[in-house]
Design a protein around this ligand. Structure first.
Ligand code: ARG
Length: 712
């Protein structure tokens, strides 16, 4: 599952308690202490703790890293070959695509190493070390250097990371990045040092009709037949150190890589997933669950719904637009659908009731304990005040920061006006340059002015339905005709076209700036955003209440606890398992390629099957990737506890061999980020045999298969 865009900035670190073996995103460094290694062995693990995480040597964790900014990837050869999801490599695949070289549609197979394509905005980060710094934070609180609330804030944590790195020999070395994260809602802290490689090249990707088969219709659903993988390779300088792209860089020699198992799987087999889950909120109060439903989720459902409808139509009408907006569409649609599913699942799975029961238990436990008494009531009171502010904020952001992309660099305009008034020619020239760059940024290769206009034409009236007038930007007050208002901005702004810009730059005047309709609109939007941001700042800081709530919940039970996801490396273990989504329905734990043909629909782009794949399936030309019964496995289910950020994570067997790549969650358990449901929650993975089959038989990229260590 791919990380939500905004979550990286907004990670909170609540933690939760283990209720069942399968629930839990375990911290590698605490595995022995929390006894989860014993539980894992009981479930079938054949490895020792040191094989999985070894601070003094090489272990499985060295074969897994952060792919790009929001996914996981794993190393599968001694030469730095990386496997991740198709939807994780998607933006790279898109960036290399054009109507002439459409790798989104046709796939990409590099037949020689020289054909592997560099990507200027892609990195792979290994976890170098993990150090407990809780005592240092507590000492800083005790000495008064910071307040307890400040201990969880970025400025302090960044400063602490810097201080800790000051006398570390790695400090300043290429690719080294250090960050301190709060865990268990600020009850403990770890310094994590990463080694980041920034020359990561695209090696192979199946056509979207395979890698994204089922499209938005099947997304977040089982049964699934998506071969959601892509292949990249990490390059380094001659010494194996991180370096910016250079033709002289060489494939990174990786000390640890995963072996690939073709042995196959059966129900109840041990399975584990290592990766970087982005964010869970498993210990919210019932009021906070409602807050999530009404603010983040509902705004995504409403606003993205409007935008996606416009994009869908525009993309269907033009190949150029389809390629330009492919990644934006997939990203927006992904959590639009997730929000719909989550709000439904919260109701269906009685999550509000479960949280209310948990609060009741906590309140009973808190009786007579001053540090815990009244905590829930205080959270509830604060949330009541926060909901309207957050709701407004989320809607405004979704509409005016994400959906509509055309906006004015208001500051540059203001400064330019001032420079013109002062007749400061040097300054005017400098600002003209800045304006030029703003124009290039807006009209970038993935932007179509006419598509954006259509989004605005639909969005402005829609927002008037979603929010009351006083919560909208002031420009709404005078509007009588939305079309005329929007068209004026898109036609007549200085930034509307190259011609308009050139005309202005030739003879810039303060009058033209004053008259610019885009700048007036942006000014109005910014003012409203600032107003609601300020209102947000007035809201109560809940971090200390959460810290207490979570510590209390932990004290109430005697099983080990895991911390909420915060995009740090975790391990989750469980089993291959079927499930029953509703009365009388049983979902088998795996699908086969035959299901691809069952779903085939040549009239629906999401369900087109490429001719070659169809032929291979019909001929049963599966080679060594077939199961004993002659069918080809496609996807499978496990009970592993994953969320957005885990996309691309290796699913491994009891020996640590790769058996699949995690890529999704199932519809019935989309409330899982808030409440894990053992009966319903499943991790959806693509079977590694389907992946190798596609690389081998469809892509004819045997050179990649030959690099791997394959266990038959
Ligand atoms: N739901 C999956 C995830 O979050 C897949 C997303 C990409 N696929 C799509 N059809 N948009 O990782």
């Amino acid at each position: 599952m791919k990380l939500r865009n905004f979550l990286l900035a907004a990670t909170t670190a609540l933690f939760t308690l283990q209720s069942q073996a399968d629930e839990g995103m375990w911290l590698l460094q605490l595995m022995q202490q929390q006894h989860s290694i014993d539980l894992m062995k009981k479930q079938g693990l054949k490895l020792e703790a040191n094989d999985i995480y070894n601070p003094d040597g090489v272990s499985l964790k060295d074969a897994v890293g952060i792919f790009g900014g929001g996914c996981t990837g794993e190393i599968i050869s001694p030469d730095g070959l990386v496997l991740t999801n198709h939807h994780c490599g998607y933006s790279a695949i898109q960036r290399h695509s054009s109507v002439e070289h459409d790798y989104l549609t046709d796939g990409f197979w590099s037949m020689r190493q020289e054909d592997e394509l560099p990507n200027d905005r892609l990195s792979f980060s290994f976890v170098h070390s993990i150090t407990d710094v809780t005592d240092i934070v507590n000492a800083d609180i005790k000495s008064g250097k910071i307040s307890e609330a400040e201990s969880m804030t970025r400025p302090y944590l960044n400063q602490l990371a810097q201080e800790q790195m000051a006398n570390n020999e790695l400090n300043g070395k290429p690719g080294i990045r250090a960050q301190v994260y709060p865990f268990y809602a600020g009850n403990s802290f770890y310094l994590i040092i990463y080694k980041v490689y920034s020359d990561v090249r695209m090696v192979a990707a199946p056509p979207s009709s395979i890698g994204k088969f089922g499209g938005e219709t099947d997304n977040w659903m089982w049964p699934r037949h998506t071969c959601d993988f892509s292949v990249f390779r990490i390059y380094a300088d001659a010494n194996g150190e991180p370096a910016a792209y250079s033709p002289n860089n060489v494939p990174l020699k990786t000390p640890k890589y995963l072996s690939v198992s073709l042995k196959g799987l059966s129900e109840n087999d041990y399975a584990m997933v290592m990766g970087f889950p982005g964010s869970t909120s498993r210990y919210l109060t019932a009021s906070e669950v409602r807050e999530r439903m009404e603010t983040t989720n509902q705004s995504e459902i409403d606003v993205r719904g409007v935008r996606l409808e416009v994009l869908r139509e525009a993309m269907a009408a033009s190949d150029k637009t389809r390629i330009q907006y492919a990644n934006k569409f997939a990203g927006s649609s992904n959590y639009w659908k997730n929000s719909i599913g989550m709000n439904e699942a919260i109701i269906d799975n009685k999550v509000l009731e479960a949280k209310a029961e948990q609060e009741r238990q906590f309140n009973a436990f808190a009786q007579g304990k001053p540090e815990y008494q009244g905590v829930v009531a205080k959270i509830n009171a604060a949330v009541e005040k926060a909901i309207p502010v957050e709701r407004q904020m989320m809607y405004l952001r979704e509409a005016f920061s994400s959906a509509i992309e055309f906006r004015s660099p208001v500051q540059v305009m203001d400064q330019l006006k001032e420079a013109l008034q002062k007749k400061d020619n040097a300054k005017v020239e400098e600002l003209k340059g800045q304006l030029e760059r703003s124009f290039e940024q807006i009209h970038n290769q993935d932007y179509d002015h006419e598509v954006d206009r259509k989004v605005a034409l639909a969005m402005l009236p829609a927002m008037a339905e979603f929010l009351p007038l006083q919560e909208l930007p002031d420009f709404y007050v005078g509007i009588t005709d939305y079309n005329a208002y929007v068209n004026n901005i898109y036609d007549n702004s200085i930034l509307s076209s190259r011609a308009n810009l050139d005309k202005f730059l030739k003879k810039p005047t303060t009058k033209a700036i004053d008259k610019d309709p885009l700048t007036a609109y942006s000014r109005s939007v910014n003012a409203k955003m600032l107003e609601v941001q300020n209102a947000g700042r007035e809201l109560e800081d809940l971090s200390l209440l959460h810290k207490a709530y979570i510590r209390g919940l932990n004290e109430m039970k005697d099983t080990p606890a895991y911390s909420d996801a915060n995009f740090t490396m975790r391990l989750t273990y469980g089993n291959v398992k079927s499930y029953e989504p509703r009365d009388a329905v049983h979902y088998k734990y795996y699908t086969t390629a035959d299901g691809v043909l069952e779903k085939e629909d040549p009239t629906n782009p999401e369900f087109v099957v490429p001719a070659k794949l169809k032929e291979l399936i019909q001929k049963r030309d599966f080679g060594r990737y077939a199961m004993a019964d002659g069918t080809l496995p496609a996807c499978f289910l496990t009970t592993n506890d994953i969320t957005g950020g885990n996309s691309g994570s290796p699913v491994m067997d009891a020996e640590g061999n790769l058996i699949g790549i995690a890529f999704d969650g199932n519809w019935e358990s989309l409330s899982g980020d808030i409440n894990f449901d053992n009966d319903l929650q499943r991790c959806i993975a693509v079977d590694i045999r389907y992946v190798l089959f596609v690389i081998d038989k469809l892509g004819n990229c045997q050179r990649l298969i030959n690099e791997m260590n394959i266990i038959q």
